[in-house]
Design a protein around this ligand. Structure first.
Ligand code: GAR
Length: 215
């Protein structure tokens, strides 16, 4: 089995990064985490990655005068390390169409809502304000439009009376940690692949593979 070489891009604490690193420790996991990259030198996730023996690099976007020059540095670092595939995990910089097209079909993101609902930020607060009864998270391929690419996997989380955005966020995050490694596995072992702008599943659509809910 050839394991895909993954770079995880983060901006903060990196709890999703940890879940991917832990999954990739399993010998039959079809991907290895080869690099962790942050646009913020103070991201807590960098130390957590190094503690797992993974190269962790900060490329500070503030050191670059344009979005394009920052992304060129990012792209060069990824190519120098023969990265095959990118996982965005709490990476809070909007990427330009140039970078997205360069990594088209080879970059996924995890977003804390059931897309296409609640693109952008403050997803849990907005879900509560709208009064939805179910919320969740989505793993999707990245396209130039923000939070809009083909969906690989979703997890559904019930909204319960008395929820605050913090309570809901914690419940969704717990599902993100299960969903992201599962979705990456399905992509890397070929069970989920892009075809005509959608994700198709080798064994047909399976709730087990592409959709989950706690309990
Ligand atoms: C996660 O909830 C992730 O879904 C979200 O940021 C958090 C990062 O947490 N991502 C986005 O909002 C991207 N638009 P983590 O650093 O602990 O993984």
């Amino acid at each position: 089995m050839t394991r895909r070489r993954i770079a995880i891009l983060i901006s903060g604490r990196g709890s999703n990064m940890v879940s991917l690193i832990e999954a990739a420790c399993c010998p039959d996991y079809p991907a290895e985490i080869a690099l962790v990259l942050s646009n913020r030198p103070d991201a807590g996730g960098l130390e957590r990655a190094r503690a797992s023996g993974i190269e962790a690099l900060a490329i500070d976007h503030k050191a670059y005068s344009t979005r394009e020059s920052f992304e060129q540095a990012l792209d060069a670092a990824l190519r120098e390390r023969d990265i095959d595939f990118i996982c965005l995990a709490g990476f809070m910089r909007v990427l330009t169409p140039w970078f997205v097209e360069r990594w088209a079909g080879r970059m996924v993101n995890i977003h804390p809502s059931l897309l296409p609902l609640f693109r952008g930020t403050h997803t849990h607060q907005r879900a509560l304000e709208e009064g939805v009864l179910v919320h969740g998270c989505t793993v999707h391929f990245v396209v130039p439009e923000l939070d809009a690419g083909p969906i690989v996997a979703q997890a559904v989380v019930p909204v319960v009376p008395g929820d605050t955005d913090h309570m809901l966020a914690a419940r969704v995050l717990a599902q993100e940690h299960v969903l992201y490694p599962q979705a990456l596995r399905m992509i890397c072992d070929g069970r989920a692949r892009l075809e005509g702008g959608r994700v198709v599943f080798a064994e047909g659509w399976s709730a087990e593979g592409s959709l989950r809910s706690p309990g």
